[in-house]
Design a protein around this ligand. Sequence first.
Ligand code: M6R
Length: 366
Amino acid sequence: EKNGYDHFMLKEIHEQPTALQKTMTGRFNKEQKSVEFDELQWSTQQVEQWDKITIVACGTAYHAGLIGKHVIEELTRIPVDVEVASEFRYRRPIVNEKTLVIVVSQSGETADTLAALRQSQHLGAQVLAITNVVGSSIAREADKVLLTMAGPEIAVASTKAYTTQVLTFYLLGIYLAERKQSISKEYQDQLLESIAEIPNKMEEILEHSSSIRWYSESIKDANSVFFIGRGVDFPVSLEGSLKLKEISYIHSEAYAAGELKHGTLALIEEGTPIIALITQEEVSEKMLGNIKEVKARGAQVLGIAGEEKMNIWEYVDECCYIPNTLSIMTPLLTVIPLQLISYYTSLALGNDVDKPRNLAKSVTVE
Ligand code: M6R
């Protein structure tokens, strides 16, 4: 069942290139120049009726939603809110016929997300679900469904379901942008080309996974690990931090790097491990500034950057490079080393990787 892998999580990490490939198959028109979603059939007029989009989810799916916000806003200029389902459902959310609500759930059974879906419909919103399970409660009740093709995910820690959700947000962003004519044809072509190349680039990172394994040895005894990033690197940091907490039980936090000065720097001491994502060119100088700040306080920094940023080794203690891609697309690649770091750390600590303590795969209680 595990196909020769020691754990489902490692198997599922390695299945990501295929899962992404399956999720994008059939989603492009013949010339590969645009995205098609037969399930949606939305016209320009329909898309223009929405004055905002609200994404609702829990845990890792919420992190996918944060990337979704970045992508949709960037490509369409439609304002997007992202909310944790357990918060959304217990307040009076501002959602109506002019809102598109997108719920994201691997299992399609998460109680809070399902409640948020029902509440949104009650308030008059159209609900689109992004889910991995056909016939799940969320898939059945949503107005429209986009299925991720991750296949069954057994490990409690979500990996391939997450990256297929993120991929779906890129496809959806392009689909909406085309209807709104909010991006140029050239940029759309570039985006589609980059998407098609992602599975191979993921494969490249996975082939070098042993070069990431050693890093786990250096953090396994840490009291606390920090992840920092700016732009789309920030939600990926949140996801990396959640993975690490979930299966290694090491305290960890993720920060938008500009926030360090507003409190967190007090926690940085000699030897504190920091994982810094540095893929966003417009803010890379700012990131390097933040790295200097933490290094001045003794932090040990692992920098994760695109291959074009080879010079980061001058600023950090260790580096990990990901293949170059469009800057908006890096979340699909940077998360792979983070998943591997949490896997190998959990393994080094002798934890039950696939069934971490206190957690269930699908949270069907409130
Ligand atoms: O099935 P769902 O996507 O609705 O699950 C949501 C969260 O419970 C889930 O993503 C959780 O955070 C994962 N165990 C994280 O790895």
